[in-house]
Design a protein around this ligand. Structure first.
Ligand SMILES: [Zn+2]
Length: 235
């Protein structure tokens, strides 16, 4: 099992770890600050170095409880101590983008009581699908104004860990389908944009909404009945 250091400290950029397993092109570590692709957020990239070598981390994926770091170059051996440094520019852009997605969810819920049905992101760009049919008049401009107003309010973003039973009694978390998390998960990580949006979430986020930047709806598309897509951009 890899200890996912970013779950408790999304600001962590460097760390040391021990290689626990090696394949042709990837290493598993006992702990890592590299985010593995999941929950709509893409993996981190960065540098891994060790006594006698260094290589760029080109992919990070979860498998069998471990984080596998694909390396562009020679690999360290099992048991070796390594230092990791994540590409902070990319990660911080992803944290801003992921947080913008949660602000968008909160704003659309508060204004229209419509749930999100899916989403994905890359640095400073993302898409989210909502169960609208059809989209309301003037939707894109209205949403843009509401999201940027929440950003300007500089709301703090708090991460906490709740017992499963406590989380299942929280109305906000029920709305965002906390009950669909497998029963084997006994501790739920909660990301709370205080006063706006609370979700069970494993992603990395900035510390306050002001850090997100400027939000823009780039495009709206219909993906069929009861499913409308927003493409968003940050600057
Ligand atoms: Zn999220």
């Amino acid at each position: 099992m890899t200890d996912q250091l970013y779950l408790r400290d999304a600001e962590l950029r460097t760390f040391t770890a021990t290689v626990t397993d090696v394949t042709d092109d990837a290493v598993a570590l006992d702990q890592t600050a590299f985010y593995a692709t999941g929950g709509g957020q893409p993996h981190d990239t960065g540098l891994l170095s060790w006594d006698g070598g260094r290589a760029w981390v080109t992919n990070v994926r979860k498998a069998d409880g471990s984080h596998w770091h694909t390396l562009d170059g020679a690999l360290p051996a099992a048991g070796q101590t390594v230092s990791g440094e994540i590409d902070w520019d990319r990660r911080h852009q992803l944290m801003r983008t992921h947080t913008a997605m949660h602000i968008l969810c909160g704003v659309i819920w508060n204004e229209y009581a419509v749930p999100v049905t899916g989403g994905n992101m890359e640095p400073l760009k993302g898409r989210m699908d909502f169960a609208f049919d059809p989209l309301p008049e003037g939707f894109a401009q209205k949403v843009e104004e509401l999201v940027n107003a929440e950003i300007a309010m500089d709301r703090p973003i708090e991460v906490s860990f709740l017992g499963r039973n406590v989380a299942l009694e929280d109305d906000d978390l029920i709305r965002t389908k906390v009950n669909l998390i497998p029963e084997s998960v006994t501790e739920i990580r909660v990301v709370d944009i205080v006063g706006l949006d609370k979700q069970a979430d494993g992603g990395t986020h900035v510390q306050s909404t002001a850090e997100v930047g400027t939000f823009k709806v780039a495009k709206t598309e219909s993906k069929g009945k009861g499913n409308k897509r927003l493409r968003i951009e940050l600057s």
